[in-house]
Design a protein. Structure first.
Length: 321
């Protein structure tokens, strides 16, 4: 009997501790760039740490809008998320500079900025906002979709009821272009488009394709007005409970998730337009000269952006090669 108890005790000590569950919430479907990032993260972490953690995915805003999920991380009720910089600017205002239209030239420029000093400085600021940021993911350049017609010049935006993220930088830009922007959390957008409460919205091809916006929008204008990034974040309460080896594995998993997200975005940037045309969308692409007209129309908001974020920071971002 004595031996039996000793054997039981030994077995209990030798057994792996119960796996800790990670609830990960994100706005889009599992077959989106968010899903690709979340799955790559899980795979990498499992390769590094075996069965120490299990993942429970809540795609398609299953835990609510991005702001609510981020508040869950602050409270420690949700362990992980991938969320857009547009929402995150409400937590770390400096991140709002990335939402300045036409500031980032192309994906290569954006990736170099975010992978460098400026990106690292911004990630570090999340600690004081009650969040732990692991790495910059990606959505791609945002374009306009609508049910009212193709957009060729700012005049085509006049009075357009366009949904924007809850982001003052975007609101200001669309107002200056003559549109009637409406800030709205993502989970309400498809319903609002279906009901005609709004005429259009703006998002990258990664979102337009994966959220099947061709079913509710007739026109797509490839204007690439702003680059949209994301951040992979964990709850600081959860993070503080990890040991150093686990933290290193999370950091590696985040890097692997970024690679997967960027690959998804590169792929959809190549194949997305054809798929959307097949889905019935009419697509036009602005020439560099047409884009310059939009950029010039933003001279006033640009002064406000410089006052808000500092001309130095904007110049520093633009100087990155
Ligand atoms: O438009 C937005 O709110 C974001 O781009 C989305 C679709 C929620 C992804 O982060």
């Amino acid at each position: 009997m004595k031996h039996f108890h000793a054997a039981m005790l030994f077995a209990a000590l030798a057994a792996p501790a119960t796996a800790q569950e990670i609830k990960i919430g994100y706005a889009l479907a599992t077959d989106s760039h968010y899903g690709a990032g979340a799955q790559a993260f899980e795979k990498s972490l499992t390769e590094s740490l075996g069965d120490q953690f299990t993942f429970r995915h809540f795609p398609s805003s299953g835990l609510g809008g991005e702001r609510e999920v981020l508040e869950g991380l602050q409270l420690g009720t949700v362990e992980m998320t991938i969320a857009s910089d547009g929402t995150l600017a409400n937590f770390v205002p400096e991140v709002g500079v990335l939402g300045v239209p036409f500031l980032l030239r192309d994906k290569a420029h954006a990736r170099t900025v975010l992978d460098g000093e400026i990106g690292d400085e911004m990630l570090a600021k999340f600690e004081t906002a009650g969040l732990h940021a692991l790495a910059w993911g990606e959505q791609g350049f945002r374009h306009i979709t609508s049910n009212r017609g193709a957009v060729e010049t700012p005049a085509d935006l006049a009075g357009l009821k366009i949904r924007t993220m809850e982001n003052p930088v975007h609101l200001e830009a669309f107002r200056a272009l003559g549109a009637a922007p409406t800030p709205m959390a993502w989970p309400e957008v498809i319903g609002a488009l279906e009901q005609g409460a709004i005429d259009g919205q703006e998002n990258p091809l990664s979102v337009i394709v994966s959220a099947k916006l061709a079913e509710v929008q007739d026109y797509l204008t490839l204007d690439g007005h702003v680059y949209s990034s994301t951040i992979i974040l964990v709850s600081p309460i959860f993070w503080d409970g990890l040991d150093d080896a686990q933290k290193a594995a999370f950091e590696k998993a985040a890097d692997d998730a970024v690679v997967a997200m960027r690959a998804y975005v590169d792929d959809v940037d190549t194949s997305g337009v054809a798929a959307l045309r097949e889905g019935g969308m009419e697509v036009n692409e602005l020439s560099p000269e047409q884009k310059a007209v939009f950029r010039d129309a933003l001279a006033e908001p640009y002064k406000a952006y410089e006052a808000q974020f500092g001309k130095d920071l904007m110049d520093r971002i633009q100087a990155v090669q």
